[in-house]
Structures are given as structure tokens and as C-alpha cells.
Design a protein around this ligand. Sequence first.
Ligand SMILES: C[S@@+](CC[C@H](N)C(=O)[O-])C[C@H]1O[C@@H](n2cnc3c(N)ncnc32)[C@H](O)[C@@H]1O
Length: 335
Amino acid sequence: MNPALETLLLPFSSEGGIPVPGRCLFLGAEAHPLLQGWQNLTAVQPHKPLADAWRRAGFTAPVERAEGRWPVVLLLPGKSRDEILASFALARDHLEPGGTLVAAVPNTLGASRFEKEFARATGSVHSIQKNKSRVFSATDDGTWNEALFAEWRTLGEPRPVPGTSHTTRAGIFSHGEIDAGSQFLVAHLPADLRGKVADLGAGWGYLSAEALRLAPGIQRIHLFESDSRALACARTNLAEWGDRPVFSWHDVTTGIPGHYDVILTNPPFHSGRDTDVDLGRAFVTSAARALGRTGRLYLVANRQLPYEAVLKAEGLGYERLAEDKTYKVILARKP
Ligand SMILES: C[S@@+](CC[C@H](N)C(=O)[O-])C[C@H]1O[C@@H](n2cnc3c(N)ncnc32)[C@H](O)[C@@H]1O
């Protein structure tokens, strides 16, 4: 279990702490047994595997966007600086006057630094350290530094990718820039891609946009992505392609529906900040199983990642189309 989640709930179980609220918004919601007794819990969780786990635990399905204000807002604010500060502002926007904002950050992400930032905006904070994380909370007494929250709000706004017409936002993969691995893959894609295509872990849509530009034979390209914020950017970035792109908020590790003439992927291999090669392996397995009889799988990965063994285990033949100091592009097919 996420240690910051355990810590986040400490103020509600400690003596003299915050009473369990009758209504609560949870941004970055993750399931915890202690929340089972809470009433009127509204959850926002952009990551599909975590949103699925939340629903499986019996809670009401997360909403994509919160509307309204709550007396208590709980926050697990993400990983990067801009994402964390922008989510402080978002949480603030959903707080009723006199309400309490409670946030928890792991030490590895700079808990003490973010507590100081939070205190700059709210004045005094109540803080507890446990489980290598900190939870800090403050109650709106009408004196909060609204100019600072306004500054942080801008960090969550759409951000252009230089040299392109694309936009991204803080917190999603490769925001504000094109991923070098994906760029390497695009440089080695042929123009004869055609038919029904899938892009696994499509992010803000770079690979799909380039594939559509390169290959007029593509009839449909299905973008599967677990981060709803990235998928929302992809929708905007691919709007010019009409109904050829199809967008799915989907956990690729569970497999994907259908079979495809072409599959493109730059598989993720991090969960949070930790390397998670099994995540990449699960992507390659899903890709291999969704390949049509004459389908082609193009994948890019850091050179050391052991995806060839997965392709072999799935009975695919493969060749290395290109490599440089960092990346390899692999083409795989059924024999
Ligand atoms: C290496 S990035 C590639 C992104 C995009 N193709 C690009 O070129 O910018 C991998 C993507 O997989 C997504 N991802 C991570 N876990 C996933 C999962 N279980 N199911 C679907 N997508 C996932 C990440 O959010 C990220 O956008």
C-alpha cells in the first residue's frame, strides 16, 4: 500500500484530530479500509489501475472532474513539482470557506519542501511524519495567500510542446516535450502502415499523430492510455484527424480488445518513481496477443530492457530494426 496513503489518514484517527467529515473530496484517491465507513466520498483518480482498484474496493466510481466545494479535501498530489503545486491550487478551489485541506507526500518526493510551500500559502499547518511520508493540513481562515494559489494554478494549465501544435499538462508522461524514445521509433516507421492500428500507452498522442501523418493507409488508430489527463490531451492533439483516432482509458496490462494490423508501443517501465520492468513486459504480452495473423508490432525500448524474451515466449519472430546508444526499435510478427 502507498505509505503516503496510510499517513494521509492519520489526522482522522489521532486524538484531538480532524473529525471524519460528512462529505469529502479525495483527489488522487486510493482505496483504504479506513475509508469504508466514510459517507459521501467523491473521488478523482486519473490513473485507470488505481481507479479500478478504488471501484473494486466497493467505493463509488471516481469522477473525471470534480464540480463543487467540500468541507474537507484529501489530496495525494502526484509526483512532479508542478503537478504537486497545481494540485494544491486545485484542492483549494474545491474547498468550502472554513474547510480543511489535508495532503500527504512521501519523503522521497520532497515532503518537507512541499510542506513549506503549503505553509507559505496557508499560514500555519498541522503536520505529522510517519511511514517515510508527511501529512500536513490547514483550515481556511480567510487569510490564505490567494496570489500564491493563483500562481500554482497556472502550473496546471495546458503547456505547448515547442515546435509542434500539441499541448500537454504537468503530471503526464513527457509533458512539454517529445519523448526521445518515441521520436526514435517514429524515425524508423515505414509509410506502409495500414488498416487497424493500436498505440499502447499512447500518452498525449505523439506516436499516433506522427503515424497518421506518415501513413495514409491507416483507417483507425486506437489509443490505449491509463492516464485520463494524457488521453484528454491526446483528444485535443489529434482533433484534426476526425474519427480516425479512437480513445480508450484503459489498463493495457489487462490485455486489449480486438486484433490489429499494426501495434505501436513505447512501453512504460516505471510505477511512480520506481523502475518496474514487469509493467513493460505486461505491455509486450498484451501487444503480442492482440496482433492479427499478418500483423506487425513496432516497439521502442531502452536497449537493456529484456522484451525479446517476452516476444519469444509469445511465439513471435522479431528483428532489431534500429539501435543507437540508448534505444532499440524492434519489429515483431507471427511466424
Ligand atoms: C513511455 S510512455 C509513452 C507515451 C507516448 N506513447 C509518447 O510517445 O509520448 C508510456 C505511457 O504508458 C502509460 N501507461 C502506464 N501504465 C499504463 C497502463 N497500465 N495501461 C495503459 N497505459 C499505461 C503512461 O501513462 C505513459 O503515457
